[in-house]
Design a protein around this ligand. Structure first.
Ligand code: AHG
Ligand code: MN
Ligand code: MN
Length: 294
């Protein structure tokens, strides 16, 4: 089954938007070979923007502006929420390219999208859909519109073909722990030691979307915690934690900041960061229990 057929179960504007983004991601993938150099600018987080970060951002902004479906667009690469004159009322959050420091070494990167009706400065649980496209050996598109999590693979003819429907996160023993161990906070260290004692194996590539994709299929947990000096962690609530957390939650897992569900947080600003724990319910309950007892 093709993506466009699968999306017939969704509201029309949502269907058109997901298809529009799926097309934009084909364009982004096609730019990898020719646009590898670093740009000399920084984003609002003080991170060096790769040429591809900026270019992917421009591709999506211009496609979404032209779509007539989107009213608000918040991008990791933009300091403010963009507002478009549009008939539609959808709000989009995006990390145009996640894991971009890995482009130079040819590892998997992705595009992450959250979709709201209206205001994007809303708790993640109000999302109506979320998706990511992973550019690995294959290009895959994973989406949820609150009716299961489904995955498609881009075939040589340029069509997204259904690969797996109603994905459920299994139990597993992989963990992807971000940040430096010497800066872990006590509760986090205790949790990591517990997972290690249970035989969890490390799989951390430096690409959030790729690392969580593996965990969605094999089970386990991804974390980029708060740490000493940066208690809110590194990852961004709107662009990374929420959309991916929403997808994993829809697949039967959970998403937490270590104390509670990140999807419940009302964001105060677009650039808000959050500690992130995403994966199986058991692992997430364990960190929340440890932090509660501390
Ligand atoms: P981005 O490429 O969008 O800036 O995101 C990078 C993020 C995330 O993908 C990854 O999990 C994390 O940064 C890796 O950070 P470290 O280099 O600190 O491990
Ligand atoms: Mn990112
Ligand atoms: Mn990014």
């Amino acid at each position: 089954m093709l993506l466009e057929q699968h999306l017939e179960r969704c509201d029309n504007d949502l269907r058109l938007l997901i298809l529009r983004i799926a097309e934009s991601c084909k364009t982004i993938r096609s730019g990898f070979a020719s646009r590898q150099a670093c740009s000399d600018t920084e984003n609002v987080y003080g991170e060096k923007q790769m040429a591809l970060d900026k270019w992917a951002d421009e591709v999506l902004i211009s496609d979404l502006r032209a779509s007539g479906l989107v009213k608000y667009l918040a991008s990791e690469e933009q300091p403010e929420i963009l507002e478009f004159k549009s008939k539609g009322n959808l709000g989009v959050t995006m990390d145009p390219l996640d894991g971009s420091s890995l482009i130079g070494v040819n590892l998997a990167v992705g595009t992450i999208i959250g979709i709201f009706r209206g205001n994007v400065l809303s708790p993640g649980r109000e999302m109506v859909a979320a998706m990511y496209v992973l550019y690995g050996p294959l290009t895959t598109l994973t989406y949820t519109a609150r009716k299961g999590v489904h995955e498609f693979v881009l075939n040589p003819e340029g069509n997204y073909v259904l690969q797996e429907e109603n994905i459920r996160i299994p139990e597993g023993n992989i963990f992807a722990p971000g940040a430096l161990r010497k800066e872990y906070l006590p509760g986090h260290l205790k949790w990591i030691e517990r997972l290690e004692s249970e035989g969890y194996k490390i799989r951390f590539s430096g690409s959030f979307v790729a690392d969580v994709h593996q965990i969605l299929h094999k089970g386990g947990v991804f974390t980029y915690p708060g740490f000493r000096g940066k208690e809110n962690g590194k990852l961004r609530l709107l662009f990374e934690g929420n959309p991916i957390g929403f997808i994993v939650t829809e697949a039967g897992g959970a998403a937490s900041n270590g104390r509670g569900n990140i999807l419940e947080i009302k964001p105060e600003k677009v650039s808000q960061r959050t500690p992130v724990y995403i994966g199986g319910k058991r692992e997430i309950k364990l960190i929340e229990d440890i932090n509660r007892e501390a």
